[in-house]
Design a protein around this ligand. Sequence first.
Ligand code: SF4
Length: 317
Amino acid sequence: MFGLKTDWSLDVLPRYFSLEDYQGGMARWCPGCGDHGVLTAVQRICRDAQLLPEQTVCVSGIGCSSRFPHYMKTYGFHGLHGRALPVACGVKSRRPDLHIWVATGDGDCCSIGAGHWVHAIRYNMNMVVMLFDNNVYGLTKNQTSPTSQPGLKTNTHPRGAFLPPLNPSLTTLSIANVSFVAQTVDWNPPHVYATLKLAFEHPGLSFVRIFQRCPVFTPLVFEDAQSDPSLVMLLEDENGVTADAAGIKMYKNRVAHDPSDIDKAREIVSREDVLPIGLFFADPNRPRYEMMSSVGADTTIEEKLETFDKELDRFAI
Ligand code: SF4
């Protein structure tokens, strides 16, 4: 009638997402900051996996690296200091279908957020946690962080930090139900990409410590490892990080490491004579809290409301 179309079904065209589809605002990190390369790697992984931007969430706390969600054209939550992980766990608990990337720094995660860090590792919800470790509080302009090396002069320790630094990967490997720990260096983009891709594909919480250059406040901390690749120890295994040859050919110091061996992983990650990178440990079969929390008691909405009403009735006057 009246020549109107009677079939109202929509033709949904297949979507292809380019790199630009994941690029948010212009990154305002300093020139030479290691955060730029990590951002590019994550955007490339999203593009290569064709993640739906509306099903991808970047969560952060406070710090230079925590500006990460602003630079991704996905959902994002720039939270409170140290609180990236409880927010990310909350999102995953209710929406296990979403892809979660967490950006946190050594101050954010290992100091004020340390309690949340421990429990998030144990909860083992499926997400990638990127620890941007530049050994200093950068956003607040140069205070000692839990990973600052002894002797580092900062505003809080002008004569040099004097406590032994925390080793975040060793700490993580000591937490019950840990399921994935890896390390990479921001100045090797192929290795960053390969490490984060492996982390993304792992079913469970993947903790990746990224040694991240801060040319403003800690320009020298990784200088030795940068100028002498023999000080970087590359872990190799068929199930580990396999960056393309161009990305790793400068690393001659290589050791085979079985990532199912957690005792060996702890031993290697403790070494201070070299900077070990690659996959230390992975167990895809550890229990994941979102598998239970998203299902809950497996009750209908009506049953939940009935239970809720009964509870409230207990307080009726
Ligand atoms: Fe990066 Fe350091 Fe600048 Fe912060 S202060 S944006 S960590 S270079």
